[in-house]
Design a protein around this ligand. Sequence first.
Ligand code: PEP
Ligand code: MN
Length: 339
Amino acid sequence: MIVTVHNKQQVDAVQRELTARGLWIASVEDAPGGESLLVIAPFSAVVDPDELRRIPGVSAVAVPKSAWPLVRAMGPSLNVGGVVLSSQRPLVFAGPCSVESQDHIDSVAARLAGMGVAFLRGGAFKPRTSPYSFQGHGARALDWLRQAADRHGLRVVTEVMSEADAEAVAEHADVMQIGSRNMQNFALLRAVGKTGRPVLLKRGMAARIDEWLLAGEYLLSAGCQGVAFCERGVRGFDDSTRNLLDLGAVALLSHGERLPVVVDPSHATGRRDLIAPLVRAAVGAGAAAVMVEVHDAPGQALSDGAQALSTAELASLMQELRLGREPLPSVDPEATAHA
Ligand code: PEP
Ligand code: MN
C-alpha cells in the first residue's frame, strides 16, 4: 500500500499512526506538490485502507492491484456445506492413502467419525510414480468412499486426476483434491473449477507460492466456490524426509494472505514418527486443517503405509491438541448432490 501525506510537516505524525497499527514503512518518498508517499511493506499487518484514509494528514491510500484478486477476496475461511474451515478451529481430514476395499473404508470411517474427524480422505484415482504400483480402484472406489462417509456422518475429500473424471468426482466429493503433480495442469484446473465444488489444492512439489496462488485463481475464475491451499512439502536437497514441509509458507498464506491452509505432514515427511510433532507445528503456524493418512494396519497398506498413523495414534493426538471436540453439523445429503 502507498499512503499519501498532504505535506512534509505531517509525515512524522502519520508515520506514528501507521506503526501503531503494526504497519512497517519501507520508504518515504517525495511527491510533486509537496506531498510525501509512505510505502508500506507487504509483510505488514492487515489493515483496512479506509481506516488509514481517516488519519489526519492522509490525502490518499493506494492499494496495488493483486495478481490473484479472486483468491484475495476469498477470506480466511471456507464453508463446505456448513462445515467451516478456519484456523480459529482447525479440523482433521484423515483416511487411508488409497480406498482399498468397501469394507476397509467403512471400518476406517466408523472409527474416524467417533474421534471427531471432519473429512474422510482416500484416493480412488492414485497418482503413482511407477505405472506398476497400485493405481487405485477407480470409479467404484468413489461409491465406497461416499457410502462410508454418509453412513458415519463424514465429508469426503478425494483426488481428481483427469478432466474426464471431473464430473464423477464432483458428484461424490464434498471437496475435490488436486494433487501436487497436477497443480499446474491448467486444463484440469478449469474443468474442476467449472463443477463449482470447493477444492483442496495441493502445492506442486517445486511450485513457488505465487504459482500456487495463481493456480487457485484458475479454479476460482472457472467457477469454483472456494479453495483451501494444502502444503504437503516441497522438494528439498536432503532425502532424510520425503519432502521439506514449508511451515513458512503456511504462516505466510494463513497470516499474510489470510487464506485457509491445510497441512499434510504424511506426504511432507513420509514418516509416521514425524506426524505428531508436525501436526502441532501446523496448528501453531495457522493451519485451518491437517490432513493425515491413517490405516488400521499401516504395515499392510496398499500405498504409503510408512507415513500413516494408526487410528488409535490419531485419536490420542487429537485429544492432546483438543481437535475435533466440538460437534460438526450433520451431513446434508442434498449438499453433496451434484448441483
Ligand atoms: C495424496 O494426498 O493422496 C497424494 C497423492 O498427495 P500429493 O499429491 O501431495 O503427493
Ligand atoms: Mn498417500
